[in-house]
Ligand binder design. Structure first.
Ligand SMILES: [Mg+2]
Length: 210
């Protein structure tokens, strides 16, 4: 018997632009939602879309946008939390999707910007370029409400919602390889401090030395 592979949905969606989608998303945030941007161009475009003290920009540690966003979502269950992540990073951290699928945090939304390359390190091909389907993987992990954005208008529809309810949701978009339009200020301590203030939890850590 010859196995025939079914066409995957991502092959028919429009290629979008990360900066454009990020601006559209930030424009929808009216309830102090927390946004966690993954490393590289994902958080560069988040920063360029307009800094908010509820934004957290992950610098250097690949694959941590979703785990950090999950922690925030669990700590503040009444706040909408959004993770922005690239394809290379989510492929590195697929286990977190199974945890999110198991816990079902209703206030967590994941947006995957999938250009099929490790853009920040020079454009090496990722598995999503040829075969891996992030939406199918997420659904298999238990995030039933996972969907490809067909075009800009569909993306707008998908994010036109209250982010603190009806989750978890995963929205994936095929994007082009345009570089980010900005650059995040590389100051991890300031990023952490402002994020904590933005979330109303400015308590000092015992590890703070000054
Ligand atoms: Mg990528």
């Amino acid at each position: 018997m010859t196995a025939k592979s079914a066409p995957t949905k991502w092959q028919s969606v429009k290629t979008l632009n990360r900066s454009n989608l990020t601006k559209r998303l930030v424009a929808k945030l009216t309830h102090d939602e927390a946004v966690v941007g993954g490393i590289g161009n994902t958080n560069f475009d988040l920063f360029a879309a307009g800094h908010r003290s509820q934004n957290f920009y992950m610098l250097g540690s690949m694959g941590l946008a979703c785990p950090i966003a999950l922690g925030v979502a669990l700590a503040q269950p009444k706040r909408g939390v959004i993770a922005l992540e690239g394809d290379g990073s989510i492929l590195m951290a697929l286990g977190c999707l199974t945890t999110i699928g198991m816990i079902q945090p209703k206030n967590l939304t994941i947006v995957i910007m999938d250009n099929g390359i490790y853009q920040i390190t020079g454009g090496q091909t990722t598995a999503t370029k040829e075969s891996a389907d992030i939406v199918a993987i997420a659904q298999g992990a238990g995030i039933e409400n996972s969907v490809w954005a067909r075009d800009e208008a569909h993306f707008e529809q998908l994010i036109d919602r209250r982010f603190e309810e009806s989750g978890p949701v995963l929205i994936a978009a095929k994007i082009d390889a345009q570089p980010a339009i900005g650059q995040t200020v590389r100051d991890p301590l300031a990023i952490r401090t402002r994020f904590m203030q933005g979330l109303g939890t400015g308590r000092r850590s015992p590890l703070d030395v000054s």
